[in-house]
Design a protein around this ligand. Structure first.
Ligand code: PLZ
Length: 436
């Protein structure tokens, strides 16, 4: 029996009615890309209000890595809600915060003394990493990259590269944020060493190490197009940062927590970031984010300088502890590697028969196909959109990304079954045939 079952067209009548109510009660800025309203979800299956069963290859933007409503996460949350819901860690603390801080320190790269703070969102983690790096170095500037995504708050909008929709009309933006080119092998053809040389030259000549607090980079760029830097690129930047009193921050909000086949994408590159920002996968679906890093850097901020009402709230921490234990106990990095092999094989085969796919790349369960005008590297967002639309109509949730909107990303829950993944990829193949 197929895993996908469609009782209505997409969206069905109940979802269509809810979309209309949304239009009258929720601002248009909060948009919906996939027009089905969810009623329940389990593992990699979403069931909508019209009774349609869909396969989820987006994990709620890389969040539900342990699968939706994982029984251990559900139990941990239920127990915690019944015990106590909130006291504010900064007022009357609780042990789970320490326990998850210890656990995160033990699985992040770098065998040095670490400290961890918890916040609610990825953007908040990035904001705090920048605060801490500035306090530690006493310097103001922050370097970010082409195609970067770091969030939607004022500072993180400044750090995010793509103008529309994230920044249009929302300025002025935070100062002292400088953008430099990264490594994008499909488009720049540079080796890691060459791309690093270009980046470092630009930093030295246009910003200057003496003014620079931090380099903030996604080890695999997420929203910007699942861009995997050429080998050695990140290590060269870390070396330069270490030699120049610049804090190296890996933004692992999207790539972290087993997604890429290692617990953190930095591990594959054998780099030890000074600070790591994390969110999404850590919370098993609850809002939870963190900054982890070298003790001397994290401790640079004075008592009371870091915090927030809800940062590390007990329910999210309970979910986080359960989630990270599932990732370790069930060896989800290994699951991610197996998913990666299947994805790269299937997408690679598709690229051989469809000239619109210019590049297939990624690691573990973070893989993408970049669509171009055949025979060129000119981005083709329409081709990607048509494939996504076909997949939506046929029961597969899949997301777009890329500065040019021409990349389809595959981010399944790491607990997706082989049968579910194969069925979803059959729909991708059909979508390619139907839209050619
Ligand atoms: N850093 C690397 O990927 C969030 C955002 C989608 P928040 N990515 C998905 C959207 O439309 O807003 C992200 C990320 C990286 C930071 C963030 C921000 O995380 O939890 O959304 O604030």
């Amino acid at each position: 029996m197929p895993e996908i079952s469609l009782a209505t067209s997409i969206p069905g009548p109940k979802s269509a009615a809810l979309l209309e109510r949304k239009r009258r009660s929720v601002p248009d800025g909060v948009s919906v890309t996939f027009p089905v309203f969810v009623e329940s979800a389990d593992g990699a299956i979403l069931t909508d209000v019209d009774g349609n069963r869909l396969i989820d290859l987006g994990s709620g933007i890389a969040v539900s890595s342990v699968g939706n409503a994982h029984p251990k996460v559900v139990k941990a949350v239920q127990d915690q809600v019944a015990a106590f819901t909130h006291t504010a860690f900064g007022i009357t603390p609780y042990e789970s915060y320490i326990e998850l801080a210890e656990l995160v320190a033990s699985i992040t790269p770098g065998d040095f003394d670490k400290r961890t703070m918890f916040v609610n969102t990825g953007a908040e983690a990035v904001e705090n990493a920048v605060k801490i790096a500035r306090r530690y170095t006493g310097k103001p500037a922050v370097v970010v990259f082409d195609h970067a995504f770091h969030g939607r708050t004022n500072l993180t909008m400044a750090m995010t590269a793509k103008q529309a929709p994230y920044k249009t009309g929302f300025g002025p933006f935070a100062p002292d944020v400088y953008r430099v080119p990264a490594s994008y092998p499909f488009r720049d053809g540079l080796t890691g060493a060459e791309a690093a040389e270009r980046t470092i030259y630009q930093i030295e000549t246009q910003i200057g190490a003496a003014n620079l607090a931090a380099i903030v980079i996604e080890p695999i760029q997420g929203e910007g197009g699942f861009i995997v830097p050429a080998p050695g690129y990140l290590a060269a930047l870390v070396k330069w940062a270490n030699e120049n009193d610049v804090v190296f921050v890996a933004d692992e909000v999207q790539a972290g927590f087993a997604r890429t086949g290692d617990m953190f994408a930095s591990q594959f590159e054998k780099i030890e970031p000074d600070l790591i920002t994390m969110a999404k996968g850590i919370g098993g679906g609850l809002p939870l984010a963190a900054v982890t890093g070298r003790a001397e850097i994290m401790n640079a901020a004075h008592p009371g300088g870091l915090g927030g009402t809800y940062g590390g709230n007990p329910i999210s921490l309970a979910a986080g502890l359960a989630t990270v234990h599932v990732m370790i106990d069930d060896d989800l990095p290994a699951k991610a590697r197996a998913i990666g092999e299947a994805l790269l094989a299937r997408l690679g085969a598709a690229a051989k028969t469809d000239a619109r796919i210019g590049d297939v790349r990624g690691r573990g369960a973070m893989v993408a196909a970049e669509f171009v005008v055949p025979g060129t590297t000119k981005p083709d967002a329409h081709a990607a959109d048509a494939v996504i639309e076909y997949m939506a109509q046929h029961g597969v949730v899949v997301l777009e990304c890329g500065t040019d909107g021409n990349v389809i990303r595959f981010l399944p829950p790491l607990v997706i079954t082989d049968v579910q993944l194969a069925e979803a990829l059959d729909v991708f193949d059909e979508a390619l045939r139907a839209t050619r």
